[in-house]
Every structure is written in C-alpha cells, then in structure tokens.
Design a protein around this ligand. Structure first.
Ligand SMILES: Nc1nc2c(ncn2[C@@H]2O[C@H](COP(=O)(O)OP(=O)(O)OP(=O)(O)O)[C@@H](O)[C@H]2O)c(=O)[nH]1
Ligand SMILES: [Mg+2]
Length: 414
C-alpha cells in the first residue's frame, strides 16, 4: 500500500469529528503508511469549524464543506474525486464513531494477506459484534442482509457496512456505474464489484452505536433505494431475450445432469467461447472447476480485464493435450472450426457438450430476432453450420431444441 485516502461523509457530526479525527491520526501514525483524510461535510453545525481548526496542526487533512445537504452518495463521490493522484487505496467509514479507527490495521492486513480488492469491516462475522444498537436497527440490518442474500445471492455477511477498504481501481471503475443516491449505494457497489469479478473479503469489527448526534439513516428512503435497485436488477436480467434464456437454461440443465457421472471435486471443465459467462458462472457456482475462454468478450462482459489469460482463439487453445474431463462449446463451432482443438484438450472418454443452430434454419432465427424473442446472431460468421451428428466424435445423445432451430449433442472422445 503506497498511499491511503480515507474518505468520510459528515453531516452534522459536531459531537464526533474531533475524537474521530484524533483517533484516525493516532492509528495511522502508528501504521506508518502515507495517508490523507478527506472529510466531506454537509450541514450547518460546528463540524466544519472544528475540523478547520484541527487542519492547522494536521498534515493532509482535506475539507470540503457545503451548508446544503448533498446526500450520502454525492458526498462520497465528491470525496473520491478529491483523493490524491498517488492514492492506491481508499478507506471509508462513518463519521459518528460507529467504526473504530484502531481497527483500520485489520482491514489493511486482510487485504494484504488475501489480495482482495475490497475488504469489509463486518459486524456479522463470528468475532465481530454490535454494541448498544437499538433493537429495531439491528432487526432492519439483519432483515436487509437476508433479503439481499435471497435476491442477489451475494454471500457477503455484512453488505451494508460502510467500513471498507478498496483498491483505488475498484472505486474508479465501479462508482461511476452506481445509480443509487442513498444508503443503497453501499450495497450497489458490492453487487457491481461482484459482477466485475473483484474479490471481496470480510474482517470482523466491533460496531458501536453512536453516542452523540442524530442518525441520518432514513428507513423509507433507503428501502425505496433498495426497491429501485431490485427493479433495475430484474429489468436488466430480462434484457436477455426470452428464447435465448430458455434455450440456455435447457442446455445448462442437460449439461448438469450429465456431469453427475463425474466426481465434482476431481474434474476440470473448459467452456469454449464463454461470452458473458452465463453458463460458465452457473456451473462454477455449483462447485465445479471450470475455465471459460473467449476470443472477444461481449460488450457487457468485463471479466476479460480480470482474466486476460483466458482471452484466446478456440482454434489455438493454450492447454496441453488431455487436460479436461469435459468441454462445453455452445454456439461456437459454427463460427470457427475448432473441433480438432477441442478433441485434443479433451481426455479420452471425456464428455463434449456442443450446440449450434441447425442447418437451413436461419430464416426462423431471423424471424425470432425480428420479434425480439432471440438474441441477434452474427450471421456473417455462420460459415460452418453442420449437422451435429456428423461431428467427428462418438455421439452419445442428440436433441433438437426450440422448434428445431437449435441442436444439442453430447459426445465422447474415443
Ligand atoms: N456529507 C454528508 N454526510 C452524510 C449524509 N448523510 C449521512 N451522512 C454521513 O454518513 C454517515 C452514516 O450516517 P449515519 O447517520 O451514521 O447512518 P447509520 O450509521 O446507518 O445510522 P446510526 O449510526 O445508527 O445513526 C455519517 O457519518 C453521516 O454523518 C449527507 O447527506 N451528506
Ligand atoms: Mg452511523
């Protein structure tokens, strides 16, 4: 860690800012890491005057004040924008001493030992705890975490904690994509970070309820923020046309059924032409060791920046012979002739799952695309459509799907 920017949003916290600032400086001076403290202050109480006074004797204390309320997210966006160009990491915490500055060290150590991109100070890990918080607030927080887990399947235990350490890159890439204006912003950062494949870790913290000042948490506004996020989430899932999803899910269930013959912990799977990793991720989530490769990532697919090793041409796979127990190639062999490469990397008796459009059904597909029921396909690239039964491997199962427009086959290498 070369330089840490600590960003705090402060709204009428005159009873807390002095102690908070002193404790942050004490903790950071012990750690001997170059840092700055950026306070984004809203409101008309004495917070700004107190900090202005403290600024005289403290290096790298940056203040940004507005008597008008800018809102939780805007305050953080402003603070992130003020961070020094040298900053490699950003830490956020509440301005009311909910979070203990003496624990900054634990977040930093965890990031260094796990190489995570985000470390969250978590109230809900075993050694973490919450002190003196009103019962209703505890219940709201636990309920919110539970609902979020159900809808987004995000396994982070404390998804709403504001005590976090980020690599600067995460802030630069994720924050501009966030749409929530209120406390839901904290959670949206995590959802987006997960989809960009950033690694998230948690460390236990002791969370102490505020002793001075008033809470700025507005239950109704925050709940509305979460609901808006939920609608956006479902809406964006529906953007994939209905037939595309239906066929993809059908193929996925066939693949999973046939993978059952292997010991899940012992096999390696390759997904050739994985695109937005829809199938790859679903299989990975079930505990399989699967690698997805693609020559190009689709425009909504950011994984490629995280896994540049897996950007490769299906005709020149960078894997040794007999490396995989199963290979998946969905809607790819019509674009390029890669069967011999797939055969090479597949172990003898390994399984090959393949799908492609059926020959002579382009007009049906075009019609489905015009009706917005199917995703646009790159017809120019369809130079290689074959009857799957002619693939040079032993056919175990063959199926036509969705009015015969698509074919699915399971093969084995002899
Ligand atoms: N600058 C700025 N800071 C804000 C705004 N809203 C909240 N904050 C700050 O954001 C942090 C979190 O708000 P809190 O009121 O502590 O919310 P909470 O932690 O859910 O609730 P309690 O700690 O139980 O009061 C605090 O430091 C607030 O002062 C805002 O509109 N502008
Ligand atoms: Mg607080």
């Amino acid at each position: 860690m070369n330089f840490l920017s600590i960003v705090i949003a402060i709204y009428n916290e005159e009873g807390n800012v002095r102690e908070l600032t002193e404790r942050i400086y004490n903790s950071m001076n012990l750690l001997k890491i170059p840092f700055e403290l950026i306070c984004v202050i809203d409101g008309t109480d004495k917070s700004f005057e107190i900090l202005k006074e403290m600024q005289k004797s403290r290096k790298n204390l940056i203040l940004d004040h507005s008597p008008k309320l800018r809102g939780f997210k805007n305050a953080f966006v402003k603070g992130f924008g003020l961070a020094n160009k040298k900053a490699t990491h950003i830490l956020t915490m509440d301005g009311d001493l909910n979070h203990q500055p003496e624990e900054i060290n634990n977040l930093i150590n965890s990031m260094q030992s796990t190489n995570a991109d985000i470390v969250i100070g978590s109230r809900y890990l075993k050694q973490g705890r919450v002190e003196r918080l009103a019962l209703w607030k505890k219940a709201v927080s636990i309920f919110a975490n539970f609902v979020i887990r159900l809808i987004w399947n995000l396994k982070v235990k404390d998804k709403t904690s504001g005590y976090r350490l980020y690599k600067k890159e995460v802030i630069d890439k994720v924050v501009p994509l966030c749409k929530s204006n209120n406390f839901a912003f904290l959670f949206e950062i995590l959802v987006l970070s997960r989809s960009l494949r950033y690694k998230i870790k948690e460390v236990p913290i002791i969370f102490k309820a505020r002793e001075r000042g008033e809470s700025k948490f507005e239950l109704w506004k925050t709940a509305k923020g979460y609901m808006a996020l939920m609608f956006r989430h479902f809406f964006s899932r529906k953007k994939k046309p209905i037939v595309t999803r239906y066929v993809a899910d059908k193929r996925l269930s066939l693949i999973l059924k046939n993978l059952k013959r292997f010991d899940k912990n012992k096999i390696k799977i390759l997904d050739v032409g994985c695109g937005d990793r829809y199938i790859t991720d679903k299989i990975k989530r079930r505990g399989y060791d699967i690698i997805g490769i693609d020559k190009f990532a689709s425009k909504d697919c950011k994984w490629i920046t995280k896994d540049p090793d897996y950007v490769m041409d299906a005709r020149k796979l960078k894997f040794k012979d007999n490396s995989f127990d199963a290979v998946i190639a969905l809607e790819i062999i019509e674009h390029c002739n890669c069967i011999s490469e797939i055969k090479r990397v597949l172990k003898p008796n390994g399984l090959f799952f393949c799908s492609t459009p059926t020959p002579f059904t382009d007009w049906i597909r075009r019609m489905l695309i015009a009706l917005k029921l199917l995703e646009n396909q790159d017809f120019e690239g369809h130079s290689n459509i074959i009857d799957l039964r002619n693939v040079p491997m032993k056919l175990l199962k063959y199926k036509k799907m969705f009015f015969g427009t698509s074919q699915f086959g399971i093969f084995t290498k002899r």
